[in-house]
Design a protein around this ligand. Structure first.
Ligand SMILES: Cc1cc2nc3c(=O)[nH]c(=O)nc-3n(C[C@H](O)[C@H](O)[C@H](O)COP(=O)(O)OP(=O)(O)OC[C@H]3O[C@@H](n4cnc5c(N)ncnc54)[C@H](O)[C@@H]3O)c2cc1C
Length: 596
């Protein structure tokens, strides 16, 4: 798959796994990136857009690690101001602004409420002053660039956004602005931009098993064992390790000893229907016991809550949400609401590991808590020439990539290659599509709900942006593909087909967990839809009837296990009669009511 040149001189490629595997096996690259999370994706895009020949390999699916399991906020990090991380907040807010401009279909502004509680209508003055100072600093370090500054709101204004907040304790609140993104789709958009617009070559389901060292003692590539084909070597002048919480494993392949540089911290989220915690924005809810806070985030007709932040030393591949993790979130939420949330309200959950940098010997972290470890990133080059990037945030992936590719350029002896990603728009960020509403309207397959075609159009535009017509084109003459993929959710069958044909989805989980976010919204519904999804994508992937059954059952079993481990009932919940019509209306609209 040799890339051709586009009209503006950039190389263009194709996002097809078999072709990419053949190219990886036969050509030599300037850079091989290990890891297809947001960090590796960002590095691939930065390097390819500087004109380098880039390969990227991901052992599972793009974003299947931490990058699909975040709080999905593109934010400065208000709380980092308390840790006096002013420069970090400034950088985060600058990146937030760039993302709003470069991926407006995927990243949207999101207002946050900080409710102020007190006794007899009086707020603790020092608490209010701390928030006020932090919010002024937030605005001044760049927050204001979103076009709104923070404001104080009355008790009634706060209740209008979150009617079940405890009115007996609520005194007032602050509103400020941040942004949100669908983390997995953002990661995918970055990889696809690197490949389709800049000629990078990327594959998923292809783990690196060993590094290959040249006669000069420098690492000159890696051996991969792709699912469905024979292992082979990829040749590259420089290897980048962007393996997140697994980066010590990759470093061990190079440095022959575990550097113990990462301290993973687990974080979980839960999803509940909007009725369980009514809100139309996001909120920061204080957790008295440990002086942390959790986020409550409106997500279409659902709400998600998180996160925990606990040290983790279990298996990196499959972190579980445990009953005590759920207790922590429910305890924090139920302390401030009049409508207690119970386990039976929970429809979805996800668990991620933060790749935090372990404190360096001799340097003190503010405390032993992972919550207090820095969210900064580091880039280091080993004696063998492997460039490792670790730490950081979803929000700062572009800056992390810039710093990493600067180190790569130095290794290649080409320091004059300069970064061009500050203004580089991502795939789908072209002219927003206004087409779909009418086309969906004319389709018999769309459920008959008032305004449904408009909501469906907003849903698609908020996920695919200017590529929406390409998604809909697959349903030309096949109106049945415009029916919901998962009962009660907005995702359409055509999205599963688009995912395998154009987004390199290779499994039921790729479709239900990351190309759509169905399982995060409704784990039981996703399990029930596994057979339908396997039946849709199986023929595209060459599966026979037996494999379709096996893949569907394995996926459904994994969802049931996830629920059981968390202490939740895996049996399908009884659905209210109105649900199919009501759920997810307006979900995923780009204006902040949900982003996938
Ligand atoms: C609970 C939680 C909430 C968060 N919330 C936010 C937030 O709201 N905003 C924000 O900005 N940040 C947030 N973060 C941080 C952010 O999600 C992470 O910093 C970011 O996703 C890390 O991306 P990564 O690419 O470095 O790691 P990953 O996404 O884990 O990617 C590493 C990839 O490397 C692959 N890999 C590993 N070994 C190999 C190998 N041998 N061969 C090939 N591939 C390999 C893995 O499969 C994985 O996909 C949150 C994190 C957590 C855990």
């Amino acid at each position: 798959m040799s890339p051709s040149a586009s009209a503006d001189g950039f190389r263009v490629g194709r996002f097809v796994r078999d072709e990419a595997l053949a190219t990886l096996a036969s050509e030599a690259f300037d850079v091989l990136v290990i890891g297809g999370g947001i960090t590796g994706a960002g590095v691939a895009l930065d390097a390819a857009s500087r004109g380098l020949r880039v390969a990227l390999v991901e052992k599972e699916d793009f974003a299947s690690g931490t990058s699909s399991k975040s709080s999905k906020l593109i934010h400065g990090g208000l709380r980092y101001l308390q840790q006096h991380e002013f420069r970090l907040v400034y950088e985060n807010l600058a990146e937030r602004q760039r993302l709003l401009e470069n991926a407006p279909h995927l990243v949207s502004p999101l207002p946050f409420l900080i409710p102020l509680f007190g006794r007899d209508g009086i707020v603790n003055r020092s608490v209010a002053r701390v928030y006020l100072t932090a919010l002024w600093l937030y605005d001044l370090t760049g927050g204001i660039r979103i076009g709104r500054r923070h404001e104080r709101v009355s008790r009634d204004q706060a209740l209008a956004h979150m009617p079940t907040l405890r009115a007996d304790r609520l005194v007032a609140g602050f509103l400020y602005w941040d942004a949100r993104a669908d983390d997995a789709r953002l990661t995918l958009a970055v990889v696809r931009t690197a490949v389709l617009d800049h000629g990078a070559v990327a594959v998923n389901h292809a783990p690196v098993t060993t590094l290959v060292t040249g006669e000069d003692g420098r690492v000159r590539g890696a051996r991969v064992a792709p699912e469905g084909s024979e292992p082979f070597e990829i040749r590259a002048s420089v290897v980048v390790n962007a393996a997140g919480v697994w980066s010590d494993e990759v470093r061990t392949m190079d440095e022959h000893g575990d550097p113990h540089s990462i301290r993973p911290a687990k974080g979980i989220h839960i999803t509940v229907p909007n009725e369980a915690f009514p809100c139309d924005i996001a909120a920061v809810i204080p957790v008295k016991e440990d002086h942390r806070s959790i986020f409550v985030v409106s997500w279409g007709d659902q709400v998600y809550l998180g996160t925990t932040d606990t040290e983790y030393d279990g298996p990196l591949d499959d972190p579980s949400c445990l009953p005590e993790d759920i207790d922590y979130i429910l305890g924090a939420a139920n302390a401030v609401t009049t409508r207690p949330i119970g386990r039976s309200d929970i429809t979805g959950l996800w668990t991620g590991l933060r790749p935090l940098l372990a404190p360096v010997a001799g340097k003190h972290a503010p405390s032993e808590r992972t919550a207090d470890l820095s969210r900064r990133h580091t880039v280091r080059t080993s004696a063998g020439g492997v460039v490792t990037v670790t730490g950081g945030k979803l929000t700062t992936y572009r800056k992390m990539a810039e710093d990493t590719v600067d180190a790569v350029a130095a290794e290649l002896g080409r320091p004059s290659l300069t970064c061009v990603t500050k203004d580089l728009r991502l795939r789908g960020a072209g002219h927003a599509s206004r087409v779909p509403a009418q086309r969906l309207d004319a389709t018999a397959g769309v459920p008959a709900v008032p305004d449904d075609a408009t909501a469906a159009a907003a849903h698609l535009a908020g996920r695919y942006g200017s590529e929406t017509p390409d998604v809909l084109a697959l349903a030309e003459g096949r109106p049945e593909l415009l029916t919901p993929l998962v009962e009660g959710l907005r995702y359409l069958e055509v999205e599963a087909l688009y995912a395998v044909r154009h987004e390199m989805a290779g499994s039921v989980a790729d479709v239900l967990d990351r190309r759509t976010r169905a399982s995060l919204r409704d784990a039981r519904g996703a399990a029930a839809a596994a057979r339908r999804v396997a039946g849709l994508i199986g023929p595209e992937l060459g599966w026979d009837a037996q494999r379709i059954e096996a893949e569907a059952e394995a996926y459904a079993e994994a969802r049931r296990l996830e629920l059981t481990r968390a202490g939740l009932d895996p049996a399908p919940l009884p659905r209210p009669a109105t649900t199919a019509a009501a759920v997810a209306t307006a979900a995923d609209a780009p204006g902040g009511r949900g982003s996938g």
